[in-house]
Each structure stands twice: as structure tokens, then as C-alpha cells.
Design a protein around this ligand. Structure first.
Ligand SMILES: [Zn+2]
Length: 185
């Protein structure tokens, strides 16, 4: 029996299929700080590389990740989690490469990630929208944010710092509920 994970049999089709599977598996790895979002939906997984090894050797899978901010303490945890999941799927050689440039920004968050965040009660980050004064949503100190509970736009920023420094605390004037806003940057 030939093992498709061994380099000797690694034809391009096998490598492409394996790469697609790896992306799928990574979608099941949650972000440690916001467990409703996977590392893929958060946009921190930048690339997956499968490199064929010498004949008879196992393939090596390299996952390229960009932290949400430099020095993010959760990155070690994320790297371990990714390695464990992929090894569990039968990939013996997993490498994690951290790429700092270009820096992660909130526009890399997927639509699914934004939806999940909203369902979790956190207003998703404003996307790079330029308003009439030529100021981008990311540059605004307190952009207009939709209430994740009732959908009202009648909200006010209560504090620039919410439960963590990457969030601000808002309150809805309609349903009165306070909520976190994931700051755009
Ligand atoms: Zn509301």
C-alpha cells in the first residue's frame, strides 16, 4: 500500500487536495480569545504550504500566521493548537511560520467571522469605508456602530476600552443593552 503522505507518491493533485483539507481542518481551530471565530475566519492564517520531502519521508506542512497585534500572547497557544490538530489528522511534520508584515488588520476578518461575532453579542469592526469628510472608518475614534442585539444604529460609545484593549464599550439607546465593539484597525 502506498501512503499518500509519503514524498515518493506526492503528485501535484495529492498535494493540492491535501492543502484544501488543511484549510478545512484549520476552520475548526478556534481563536483562544474569541472562541466563536476560527483562526481562518479571523484572518490570521495567511498561507498553507505543503512541501514534498525526499522519497520515503513524510510531507511537511507549513502554516503561515500573522498575529492580530505583535506580541499577542495567544499566538503561542494558537501555534500549539494548529500543530496538534494537524498532527491528529495524520500530518507528522507541521511547522508554524509567523509573518509580521503586512500587519493584520480587521478587514481580513471573513464575512462568516463577522456574522459569528455579531451573534456572540460583539459588534464587528467597521470595514475600510471612507465617509463624506474623507475619514476612514478605521481612523474614527468612535465610529457609528450597529447594535448587535436589536440592529439599531442609535448607539453611543461609553468607553474607548471595553473588556480588552481591542474593544470599546458601547450602549444601545433603543434596547439599552451595553455591548463590545471590536475596534477596526
Ligand atoms: Zn439595541
Amino acid at each position: 500500500m502506498s501512503d499518500p503522505l509519503l514524498g515518493a507518491q506526492a503528485d501535484p493533485d495529492v498535494l493540492a487536495a491535501l492543502k484544501a483539507s488543511v484549510w478545512e481542518w484549520l476552520e475548526a481551530v478556534p481563536d483562544p480569545e474569541i472562541p466563536v471565530i476560527s483562526v481562518v475566519d479571523l484572518g490570521i492564517v495567511r498561507d498553507v504550504e505543503i512541501t514534498a520531502a525526499d522519497a520515503g519521508q513524510a510531507l511537511c506542512c507549513t502554516v503561515v500566521i500573522t498575529p492580530t497585534y505583535s506580541g499577542c500572547p495567544a499566538m503561542r497557544l494558537i501555534a500549539d493548537e494548529i500543530t496538534a490538530v494537524l498532527q491528529d489528522k495524520g500530518l507528522p511534520q507541521v511547522a508554524i511560520r509567523t509573518q509580521l508584515a503586512p500587519a493584520w488588520n480587521t478587514d481580513w476578518m471573513s464575512e462568516k467571522g463577522r456574522r459569528n461575532l455579531k451573534q456572540y453579542g460583539i459588534a464587528p469592526p467597521a470595514q475600510q469605508v471612507i465617509d463624506i469628510r474623507g475619514i476612514s472608518a478605521r481612523q474614527q475614534v468612535a465610529p457609528q456602530v450597529q447594535c448587535p442585539h436589536c440592529g439599531s444604529m442609535q448607539t453611543v460609545c461609553v468607553s474607548q476600552f471595553g473588556s480588552t484593549s481591542c474593544k470599546s464599550l458601547y450602549q444601545c439607546k433603543d434596547c439599552r443593552e451595553p455591548f463590545d465593539y471590536f475596534k477596526a484597525h
